[in-house]
Design a protein around this ligand. Sequence first.
Ligand code: ADP
Length: 440
Amino acid sequence: MLKKNLRIQIVATFIMIILLSLFLSFGITRLISEREISIDEPFLTIASDIADLLAVAEPDRRNQVLEILSKYNIHGEVLKEGHLLPFSLTEEETSLLFQTDITEPFFLNKKEGPVRFIGVPNIDDSGSSLIVKVDFTYFSEAIQRIILISLILVLIIGSLFILLASNYIIKPVRKLTSAAKEMATGNLSVRLKYKKNDELGELINSFNHMASELQKIDKMRDDFVSNVSHEIQSPITSIRGFTKAIRDGVIPQEQQKEHLDIIYEETLRLSKLSDHLLRLASLDSENHPFNPVEYQLDEQLRRTVLVLEPLWPEKNLDVELDLKPCKVKVDQDLFEQVWQNLITNAIKYSDKNDKIEVKMEIVDKEVRIHVKDNGKGIPEKDLPYVFDRFYMVDKARSHLGGGNGLGLSIVRKIIELHGCQINVKSEEGKGSCFTISIPL
Ligand code: ADP
């Protein structure tokens, strides 16, 4: 339905334009032809030649000559001053004709549509003058007929051409429609080719871009589902294995506590995973409660470090705080999560006797918080992906510390929601530094 309409619209627009130009050009040429003809010098020469002809003709043959000329729409009348005026001319219009000082043919001051009158004074010795009436109706009608025929031809031939040409415009639109329909059935690999750099090209490029973005999202969704399934499956498998072994009496009594500890750790991991997934889903949905309030950031950081204190004595870490009194206006709960995730990671990926620093600096109109450790560090090739969901540089080590690769993606999501910035600098074996900038 759409394609038919578009083609009809293009052809109808063309026909309307041609019709309009037909009427306009017809009117304009009519006006122009009348003006052009009125100043046409050759007719003065014709009148002068007729006068010469009449001058050499016998007086009784003059009427015969004039009769022959009338067949060509040229009517002449020879007259003397005081004679009855022909062609309903008035004294005033012909007054110049009998002035002795005028000798050349001239146009009389009278116009009747495409009819002109030319006066030729003193055509013979007796002082006779000639009035020639030239009727251009035939010429102007012929010109108009030619214009009309050529415009009608343009209309017919042009309509046929535009009908064919419209195909070139409609073809890519048709392709786009069928590609969109195919995409709706789930085939996201459809791409369209179009070489020209016009508006249609832009539309097709946008369509291709949309298709590849959708394909990326689709892949991300697939990866996400398989990552979630994997992260759920592995603790469940070990819980099932250990409980079965204990139930079947395969594990000696004295080793059972150790296995129960593992089961307990795995349930904690599952619970943390579900916590993180719920938090991410909630942050992704537009309606996550978002309450920016003004509070002391330095106090919040000090409190978070204190809460996490039980995590570091076994590694004998040295935790150093360098904080200044500073107020920010962000969602307090969400930022608590940010500091917890970053400091927990710093602890988790530090080795024994390492040092962790939480520093604060105020630069321009923002406060920058650096969470720095001199632990394991992140290899350069992994650095661009550490904020991706489920990305773990070393899966075994992450799992050991109860990680699931979601901590930093939650941090990034919270930072993005607030329009803040997060940066990471890291060197393998030397440590990492995560910097968060909050506008003041
Ligand atoms: P995880 O739960 O695995 O810690 P995160 O999303 O918090 O997941 O971190 C993603 C990955 O980034 C981690 O697996 C780890 O390899 C790396 N990483 C994060 N923080 C640090 C850090 N401070 N030092 C070294 N590596 C880190």
